[in-house]
Design a protein around this ligand. Sequence first.
Ligand SMILES: CC(C)=CCC/C(C)=C(/C)COP(=O)(O)OP(=O)(O)O
Length: 388
Amino acid sequence: MKAPIPAGTTDAGPIPPVARLLSGPTGIGTNSLRLAQDLALDTALPEPPELPEPPVSEPTLHPSSERIEGLYCPPAVRDDRALADDINERLVEWAEKEVELYPDTDLRDDLVAFDAGRSVVLCHPDAPSIDHLMAAARLLIGENAVDDYFCEAQYGGTADRRGAALAVAQSAIDPAHNTPRYEADWRAGLEAHPALRSMRSAMDYFYALSTPAQAHRFRHDIVNLYLGYNAEGDCINQRRTPSAWEYLVQRQFNSFRPCLTLTDSVGGYELPAHLFAEPAVQRAVALSSNVATLCNDLYSLRKEQASGRFHYSLPTVIAAEEDCSIDEAFQKAIEVHNEIVHLFEEQAAELATMNPLVARFVTGLHNWMTGNHEWHAGNVGTRYATSP
Ligand SMILES: CC(C)=CCC/C(C)=C(/C)COP(=O)(O)OP(=O)(O)O
């Protein structure tokens, strides 16, 4: 087992400057001007603290990495199989001993095969310690458990009951406040369900390394995720394929966004709430999260088709809307993905010039986007495929 990474260090050199990670124009746009004005109002605030040099290592490709042809995404910043294995082992320990995540299944094999360890290692190269990576990994597993148990039919989730279940799931991270009697019943209710236990526990670990504002941000992003799950549930109930624009709106909620927006907590610093709320920062968050999620749509299409269940994704909604083959729609969806990557790069390059914390935050978004792509490519042949 690999020793924990000491704060601010790694087996490799410093993180590349944001300018090297983010291509695209660096001119100041309208959003940036607003942000610049807001930042000017901040002149009375203390200077942001000196940030430690974030760790990073040379990316080493996963042996089985296989990319979708034409899908644009810059390479991930670091990969570290030994560190990922260490995280996976610790996750199994947590899932089996602390939260009993999937009591009736072979948890070890499933969890290790999912390889959440590699996901967080790829997506958070600036995490200052194992604890930070573990916090992200537990939340990732908890979020997938909510999806599995309350939304995916094979684990008992049904579209007609998911709204009620997801409201309770939100309370696992956003506590109920009422009378002692009903609070006790609520607590017992959480402890009685694996997905609720795991989210409650993962959130407790997250509190230890986040500020109240960061935890609040996370809760907000999760409730939006559940809004997206409900939208998907409605469409599945009605067996309705939405138009492409409606699908993209739904997918922006039903997205990896909560995994990206904790990049500062996992990186050991805080982007203050007023900067996170800036429209230009919000646009960068939405664009990078959309890229990450559409990447999943593309790599997982064949798996979804093979399941035989009613499903929809960007390729299938485009095929329906444009009355074209799924192969053509797949190519069109690649183009949409690529265009959003470029829009993100433009927005991120603008933001990177504004403030060191904003620069680091958008680098974190970029890291998640590229790490996520690498993770999907690494799971081709087992979980995912490169064509419909
Ligand atoms: C970690 C997290 C926020 C998961 C939410 C689910 C989501 C938005 C996904 C993009 C995952 O979709 P799915 O469950 O279909 O994943 P697989 O394709 O089965 O890997």
